[in-house]
Design a protein around this ligand. Structure first.
Ligand SMILES: Nc1nc2c([nH]c(=O)n2[C@@H]2O[C@H](COP(=O)(O)OP(=O)(O)OP(=O)(O)O)[C@@H](O)[C@H]2O)c(=O)[nH]1
Ligand SMILES: [Mg+2]
Length: 129
């Protein structure tokens, strides 16, 4: 089982940051929450901090687990572990060239988010209420 950590960052208008998966990678072209695979021996929060440093150039100072569940792709099983990032320094930018965009929670329904991520939408709505 591959443990994947991802972060939900909100801006002042309540929009959330998503990233497009690069060509040639699993689920290329789909939109996801920034993150990636936790390394062996690594804690989830440390993995989240490392991934968001690598992909967005930010330092996560505080984050809390929001929703975690398993998803079976045809070729792999992943544990999707989404965190609410409540405090960070720096300004999120695309360090690795992935297109990024801020979208409203309503837009998440139609933006081409990975199917596997759909259960995250109600959890995010709940967190913002
Ligand atoms: N980052 C991220 N990955 C997701 C999400 N939803 C989801 O199914 N995944 C899957 O989880 C896996 C994460 O892999 P990744 O390619 O982002 O991992 P990584 O950043 O460590 O990259 P690398 O393995 O190329 O070094 C992929 O199979 C991806 O399709 C999501 O919201 N964010
Ligand atoms: Mg990644």
């Amino acid at each position: 089982m591959i443990h994947v950590v991802a972060g939900a960052l909100f801006d002042e208008q309540g929009r959330v940051l998503i990233a497009q998966r690069p060509p040639g990678k699993h689920m290329a072209g789909g939109w996801e929450f920034p993150g990636g695979k936790v390394e062996p021996e690594e804690q989830a929060l440390a993995g989240l901090q490392r991934e968001l440093r690598e992909e967005l150039g930010i330092e996560v100072l505080d984050a809390t687990p929001l929703i975690a569940y398993e998803h079976g792709y045809s070729d792999r099983r992943v544990l999707l572990d989404l965190w609410l990032v409540s405090l960070y320094t720096g300004e999120a930018r695309s360090v690795e060239g992935q297109p990024l965009k801020w979208v409203t929670l309503d837009e998440l329904d139609t933006v081409g988010l990975l199917e596997a991520d759909r259960p995250m939408i109600p959890a995010l709505r709940e967190a913002r209420r």
